[in-house]
Design a protein. Sequence first.
Length: 346
Amino acid sequence: MGASNSSEKSAKTMNWDNLGFGLTPTDYMFVMKTSGDGCFTEGRLTRYKSIDISPSAGIFNYGQGLFEGAKAYRRADGHIQLFRIEENARRMKMGADRLCMPCPSIAQFTDAVKKTVLANRHWVPPAGKGSLYLRPLLFGSGPVLGIGPAPEYSFVIFASPIGNWYKAGASAMNLLVDRNVSRAAPGGCGGIKSITNYAPVFEVVKKAKAQGYADVLFLDATTGKNIEEVSSCNIFIVKNNVLSTPATQGTILPGITRRSIIEIATDFGYKVEEREVPLEHALDADEVFCSGTAVGITHVASITYQEKKVEYKTGEGTMSDKLRIALTGIQTGSAQDKKGWTVQLD
Ligand SMILES: Cc1ncc(COP(=O)(O)O)c(C=O)c1O
């Protein structure tokens, strides 16, 4: 299905220079439901619209839901590409197993993402201006009253153009450590992209933002001594040219950007450690940065803990910047992809 003339018109009226991080609805979404045997069989593109769903759906009552986040980039030659989309499919499968949900296969997931991007191709911003953010959802859509898995599931993908987070000199984050709220505990769901991981930190993040911080840095729930991650991104520290990041042991999300950075940094010859990272090590680091699909690699300008603010090196010449340039080069097609991480769609 191609994009309609109306889509071309509205995409044409977009001011690509002013793209932020809000939702700009696009023309098409992808919808697939489980059939009688509980499996996902065939989905289809429909116009972007509200979904008709029962108030007794599993997602509303018991939070049986996952989301993913990925981006389609327009290269300088005009072609559109995706970055490591099979990894999003794999992560959704991991989450679905944990939440007792059936899941589209890797092929079904990637095929649906490709169809959604191509149907909304006019909404992929010009090279360098941003990307088309893709939001795959998997949730219990069937009615259920007794606590337990829903009888039917839906897989939906919608898309929205968004701007680049990184703006030279202007985007470094100031983070606040809050010891009072834990994001995830051992044995819980911090390692999957469960919808239930996000609202519980809204309040603490909102308060931090009201004080001028970009986000909250969460500590481990058991000892309160080690850094874990930020509300929607992973964290790295650099000390004496060694890159360290908290190991994925079920309480932080195994970020696709995180994994890619580890590989790129290793290729560059840096020592990379996945380990417990005590807060003291972060406060004593030379550089700190966050990683994620939305933020890419974003410098951390400071961490504030118990009223004490520690500042870090940011900008040109840092390891963070070198890694950022290498990663975004591959993602946007401005650098050669020797890793086979990207796929051209058109
Ligand atoms: C809690 C959390 N941590 C980390 C990340 C970064 O993951 P990725 O690099 O796959 O976007 C995300 C975003 O998906 C997230 O929501």
